[in-house]
Design a protein. Structure first.
Length: 314
């Protein structure tokens, strides 16, 4: 019998895990395949690990991977995918913002319609802070203009994939991961199901504005070299602006009431400010790419496993 695997990243989710378990198991039984649910504890500080292990002791379908510390959701998703054995593999958030019942439509899309992947995308952001929604929309617009890899607006990490697609994703072993981009980059035929935003069943989101901003920057750097190209364009723009400023200064210098332009310090100040501005912008962008390259060449593991009951494939 074929198997469906569910990879579930968790971080301080002791309140949501029992509700998720009660919601997902009936759906998996309805699909009718053998199944496994793999919880990945991303270094939680509450009783997340204990609750997961208690579930595993009572249900042989429950597997777990516990990290030695917090490595982040991207690492947790990679660990979950690499621990799966199923012919079909899904990634789900444990807070039930990813509706479990949608798995049935996802499975039908792959099993009977010939898709390699069926994912969910939000068409509304109800209940989300307006400022966060605004920046999220701007992020998708920006990255799709800058990158050749299309990132679908509103796309969730929640998706069901074939084993072949999952193996392709796992073959991308870069340390600085941006899974939404990797999912698109590997290709494969994808179907999108639309749904309205769902609130968390319990607890609070672990994504604050600072983390989301950092995540957005990582995504742009990982899938676009446009910021590097912008340096050249910016430099040319400042050169043109410098010529215009020089012409303006000459014109104002011959006007008696603009006495200040008859001295040399305004010109020197303007030139220095703009030159230093260009220099710091260029160095800032270059440092981001160098930092990512530095992290990659060290070949550090994406995560460190502290404890697990998963018998991984060789």
């Amino acid at each position: 019998m074929k198997m469906i695997s569910i990879a579930v990243p968790c971080y301080n989710e002791q309140e949501t895990i029992p509700a998720f378990y009660q919601a997902i198991i009936p759906v998996l039984k309805q699909i009718g395949l053998d199944y496994e649910v793999i919880f990945v504890d991303d270094g939680s500080k509450d009783d997340t690990a204990k609750i997961i292990k208690d579930l595993a002791n009572n249900d042989s379908h429950i597997k777990y991977v516990i990290f030695s510390r917090n490595f982040g959701k991207e690492s947790a998703m990679y660990a979950g995918l690499s621990s799966t054995k199923g012919d079909y593999v899904a990634i789900m958030d444990v807070d039930l913002q990813d509706p479990p019942e949608k798995l049935i439509d996802m499975y039908n899309g792959i099993a009977f319609e010939g898709y390699d992947c069926v994912g969910l995308r939000r068409v509304t952001r109800e209940g989300e802070p307006k400022i966060r929604s605004f920046f999220a929309r701007q992020f998708y617009k920006t990255i799709n203009k800058m990158s050749e890899t299309e990132i679908v607006d509103g796309a969730r990490d929640y998706r069901l994939m074939t084993r072949k697609m999952v193996d392709a994703i796992l073959s991308v072993e870069e340390y600085n991961r941006f899974s939404k981009g990797i999912f698109s980059w590997v290709g494969f035929k994808t179907k999108w199901l639309e749904y309205k935003n769902v609130q968390r069943v319990a607890g609070e989101t672990k994504w604050n504005f600072k983390k989301l901003l950092r995540y957005s920057i990582d995504g742009i750097i990982a899938f676009s070299t446009s910021p590097l190209k912008m340096i050249t364009k910016l430099g040319i723009s400042f050169i043109v602006l410098s010529f215009l400023m020089a012409i303006t200064a000459v014109i104002l210098a011959v006007v008696p009431k603009h006495i200040v332009f008859h001295s040399g310090w305004p010109y020197l100040s303007i030139v220095l400010v703009f030159l230093f501005g260009v220099l710091f912008v260029c160095l800032g962008v270059m440092s981001q790419y160098l930092a990512k390259t530095y992290a990659e060449v060290k070949h550090r593991p994406i995560y460190i496993e502290k404890e697990s009951n998963v018998n991984k494939k060789k």
